[in-house]
Design a protein around this ligand. Structure first.
Ligand code: TYD
Length: 133
C-alpha cells in the first residue's frame, strides 16, 4: 500500500500563526484538476466507502481531526489527520473510509482529475475483483 503522509511546507510567523501550502508537481506528484472539501460533519460520522480506479488525491485537514482508514485488498492502514501541516497522498485502488473524530472537522482534497462517477468503485466485492483483475 502506498498512501504517504507528507509534511506540507509551512511558514510560521511569531504571534501570527502559520501558513501551509503545496504546489502541484513540485510538492505533490500529480497535477491538480480539482479541489473539494467536506464540512458540516458531526463527530462519529463515517463517509467514504469507495475506491478510485485512477484518481490520485492529497487529503489534508485544516481544522479538526479525521481518521482515514485504508485497505488495498491485502493490508489495512489508518492515519489520523489532525495537523493542518500534514497531507496524505492516496494512490489509486485504495478502499477508504473517513471517520470524523471532531465535530465540523474540514477534510480537503486536491485531486488529479475532474469528478467522474465512472472512476468510483462503491461496492467492496467489486473492488476486490478489480484489484485482482
Ligand atoms: P463522495 O465522493 O461519495 O463523498 P464521500 O466519500 O465523502 O462520502 O461524494 C458525495 C457526493 O458528491 C456524490 O453524490 C458525488 C458528489 N460529488 C460531486 O458531484 N463532485 C465531486 O467533486 C465529488 C468529490 C463528489
Amino acid at each position: 500500500m502506498y498512501p504517504k503522509l507528507i509534511d506540507l511546507k509551512t511558514v510560521s510567523t511569531p504571534n501570527l500563526g502559520s501558513l501551509s501550502f503545496f504546489e502541484a508537481d513540485h510538492d505533490i506528484p500529480f497535477p491538480i484538476k480539482r479541489i473539494y472539501y467536506i464540512h458540516g460533519v458531526s463527530k462519529n460520522i463515517q463517509r467514504g466507502a469507495h475506491a478510485h480506479k485512477q484518481l490520485k488525491q492529497l487529503l489534508f485537514c485544516p481544522y479538526g481531526a479525521v481518521k482515514i482508514l485504508m485497505d488495498d485488498g491485502h493490508d489495512k492502514a489508518e492515519i489520523i489527520l489532525d495537523d493542518p501541516s500534514k497531507g496524505l497522498i492516496i494512490t489509486p485502488c485504495i478502499w477508504r473510509d473517513m471517520l470524523w473524530l471532531v465535530d465540523n472537522s474540514v477534510l480537503c482534497v486536491a485531486a488529479s482529475d475532474y469528478y467522474d462517477e465512472g472512476d468510483y468503485i462503491r461496492d467492496y466485492n467489486e473492488f476486490i475483483t478489480w484489484i485482482n483483475r
